[in-house]
Design a protein around this ligand. Structure first.
Ligand SMILES: [Zn+2]
Length: 399
């Protein structure tokens, strides 16, 4: 048994503990509490880490490792449409070797910054063996696009990847629907059916851009042009005339197993719908700023009681994959809220969203000993200092 001791322990499942300790046995947490209590009679090795905080590894619910090779190649944009065009062009110019090297680099960056679990969105399955060989826990979302697939079908008929025996047997794989402007109603239903049979989480980019709202309302504009250029346009498409969440609700795609991502363009009514259906919203606020998508309505989401988690999105649309950057952004932009909320979004809530809260997301006896340490100088803004240090790469794994 080893005990880790420091001036603060942040279990997340309970309030911060001053002068706390975490006792680890093998790969599991044995005890958490004030050092004076937890270490009374303790005869194992005690590691004194000093001024700072011991906390659980973070959960990044939304990354695209296959875009890591685009790091530094796509500039921040004012208009999301311009960002998408730039990202698609840059991705098309990368070789398979560059994509694989990017994945390896992305996994290393995630680990270094304190990530223990990721929700990875893959378009080809290329990132799967890299993740399987890494020390990161993951849930793999194989992303489906198909606006033209309008007839009812079973998922493996159109996406043979799902028919592979190793995919069917893996417990950490889901189907994802890309977005309402790139996925037909029939494809949403096929994705939902495949995931429901496995009680697996599912993911969808939702209300990311203003153009998405316009498309669902009127069926024209930027996405009609994009779909036509890609040979995916459906001439008799009838726009549903409702908001993105209302559209998915009509397709019975919302619910506690669904992780909607972004939500930069949600109305108060949309927030209520996400809350009522128990749908998760994965906020990627720095990515939304980078791509020109906008800013998620955090105050409305909190007020409505939406289940919230965090992601960074990809290195094509964010400066790094460090989730503390997202927490710092929330802390700075919403200083009235308790700082510990943002840590909870990036740890326990993420583990819940991905169905892994029995093992990860907080420091509790019986959970995996996936914990780290961030040094702090003891300034007045505890949470601001914690997120700033985490965002600056001060995380150190313990154990
Ligand atoms: Zn994304």
């Amino acid at each position: 048994m080893i005990a880790h001791k420091s001036s603060w322990v942040l279990p997340v499942s309970g309030p911060p503990i001053r002068d706390g300790a975490v006792v680890v046995q093998g790969d599991r947490i044995h005890a958490v509490g004030p050092a004076a209590e937890v270490l009374a009679g303790f005869r194992g090795l005690i590691c004194e880490h000093g001024a700072g905080a011991i906390l659980p590894g973070v959960v990044n619910c939304h990354v695209h490792l296959e875009f890591s090779a685009l790091a530094g190649m796509v500039a921040p944009q004012e208009r999301w449409e311009d960002w998408l065009e730039a990202a698609l062009a840059a991705f098309g110019a990368r070789s398979p070797g560059e994509i694989r090297a990017g994945i390896a680099h992305g996994i290393e960056a995630l680990r270094r910054s304190g990530a223990v679990l990721v929700g990875e969105v893959t378009n080809t399955g290329t990132s799967w063996p890299h993740l399987a060989a890494s020390s990161l826990s993951y849930h793999l979302f194989y992303e489906c696009l198909g606006f033209h697939l309008v007839e009812r079908f079973e998922l493996p008929e159109a996406f043979p990847w799902f028919g592979q025996p190793e995919v069917a047997a893996a417990g950490c794989i889901s189907a994802a629907a890309h977005a309402p402007y790139s996925v037909s109603g029939a494809l949403f239903q096929a994705v939902d059916q495949w995931n429901a049979a496995r009680l697996a989480p599912q993911m969808v980019h939702l209300a990311e851009s203003r153009a998405e709202l316009d498309f669902l309302a009127g069926g024209n504009g930027f996405f009609e042009g994009l779909l036509k250029r890609r040979g995916r346009w459906v001439p008799d498409f009838q726009p549903p005339g409702v908001s993105p969440p209302a559209y998915l609700h009509g397709l019975e795609f919302l619910g506690p197993r669904t992780l909607a991502v972004h939500g930069a363009w949600l109305s108060a009514g949309d927030c209520g719908l996400l809350a009522d259906t128990g749908t998760w919203l994965v906020l990627c606020p720095r990515a939304n700023r980078f791509t020109g998508a906008g800013t998620p309505p955090v105050a409305e989401l909190v007020k409505a009681g939406v289940n919230l988690a965090l992601g960074t999105d990809s290195l094509a649309g964010n400066r790094d994959l460090n989730l503390f950057g997202e927490m710092l952004w929330l802390r700075e932009n919403f200083p009235a809220y308790p700082g510990e909320w943002w840590l909870r979004l990036g740890t326990l809530n993420g583990a819940r969203a991905l169905g892994r809260e029995a093992d990860l997301g907080s420091l509790e006896p019986g959970k995996q000993a996936a914990l780290g340490f961030i040094p702090l100088s003891g300034g007045r803004d505890f949470w601001g200092e914690l997120f700033t240090a985490g965002a600056a790469g001060k995380w150190r794994w313990l154990g």
